[in-house]
Design a binder for this molecule. Structure first.
Ligand code: SF4
Length: 356
């Protein structure tokens, strides 16, 4: 048999696998915590290279010969440390506070706002002092009592993608499940929900799945879970009694967008059990970008097909400085109308929380 006629090894579908970093940094103090120890043992067992670092905020010796190479390596680098800032950012309008359990994400969504907000620190940080974080959350809950306090766990990361490594979401879910005055929410593009299904959530956590047309997922969301996987995960979460929702974002005007978004809503309809549909939420967010983001994206994903032509967009002034480029009203209205109609056609009892 010649070399050429050898059968090809089966192609590994990476999207079905959970994230395994290529390099891990540990803050020494993280090893004093059970979660830090557990991750350390896992890293050793998997034979993943690791280094020690004095601070999760100062990883300066990442391998890679160019900025782009370093960026790619950073996206596969995990840093295990302690969350020191226990003052939570606000997260209006969907929640009162952002609860920080991780920062950074291993996926490569071209449009992701973390590219600009995380700047030179695109590596993934997970925090092992969850008890301190929960204690701080309790302070916020007490402060607002008897009002309900909502916490968003996905402002700076996709925590479901990291859950197989950290188990932190499950801890948060169970904690909030016992709090009459607290609610948790997070959004994900990953399907790794199995370890959350039997958590005692008490209906206090809403899991939102970020979904999109197949075209958008294929071209702009590398390293996330596939269309079918996300939908299947949503159905599983709904059957486990979680309130669920869908964020359709970013809504992108592309060839065949009507078919694409129509197919998405029809697939959700096929997958979701009837009895969860009364409490289903949708959030619709059209694609937007800032000038800064455009520059960063073009550098990091030079071949991207993401349309960012400011001539074709409408400028929307920002409340805090730099404005954003959104679709002109006519296009935005067409997207909003078409998708809202499909939402109510398939899910007449659901609620569209906003289109922005
Ligand atoms: S999955 Fe979410 S957080 Fe991660 S890169 Fe994509 S948009 Fe960003």
């Amino acid at each position: 048999m010649t070399q050429q006629s050898l059968p090809r090894p089966p192609r590994v579908d990476r999207s079905t696998l959970s994230f395994v970093p290529e390099l891990v940094y540990f803050e020494p103090a993280a090893l004093d915590y059970p979660k830090g120890k557990r991750i350390f043992e896992w890293v050793q067992k998997e034979g993943i290279p690791y280094r020690m670092t004095t601070s999760h905020n100062r990883i300066t010796n990442l391998p890679g010969n160019s900025e782009l190479e370093q960026y790619k390596i950073a996206k596969r680098t995990l840093v295990v440390g302690l969350r020191k800032t226990l003052k939570f950012d606000t997260s209006k309008p969907s929640a009162e506070y952002a609860i920080p359990i991780a920062t950074g994400c291993m996926a490569h969504c071209h449009y992701c706002y973390l590219q600009t907000t995380l700047g030179a620190k695109p590596y993934i940080r997970v925090y092992v002092n969850i008890d301190d974080i929960l204690e701080a959350a309790q302070g916020y809950i007490n402060e607002r009592a008897p009002e309900i306090t909502r916490f968003e766990a996905a402002c700076t990361s996709d925590p479901v993608g990291l859950e197989p490594i950290t188990g932190s979401l499950r801890e948060l879910i169970e904690y909030m499940g016992q709090q009459p005055l607290a609610r948790l929410r997070f959004v994900t593009k990953f399907h790794h929900v199995d370890s959350l299904l039997d958590a005692k959530h008490n209906g206090h956590t809403r899991i939102r799945f970020s979904v999109n047309s197949k075209h958008v997922i294929k071209h702009f969301e590398p390293s996330t879970s596939r269309f079918e996987q996300r939908i299947e995960a949503a159905a599983k979460a709904a059957k486990a009694g979680y309130p669920i929702g869908f964020i359709i974002a970013p809504i992108i005007w592309h060839d065949g967008w009507e078919e694409g978004y129509g197919e998405l809503l029809a697939a959700l309809d096929d997958a979701l059990p009837q009895d969860v549909r009364g409490d289903l939420t949708f959030e619709l967010i059209q694609h937007r970008f800032t000038k800064t983001a455009k520059g960063v994206i073009e550098k990091r994903y030079p071949k991207t097909k993401l349309e960012m032509d400011i001539e074709k967009r409408k400028y929307k002034w920002g409340r805090w400085g730099q404005g954003k480029y959104v679709y002109p009203d006519e296009q935005a209205d067409a997207l909003r109308l078409f998708i809202s109609e499909r939402v109510f056609e398939h899910f007449p009892d659901s609620k569209i929380e906003y289109f922005t």
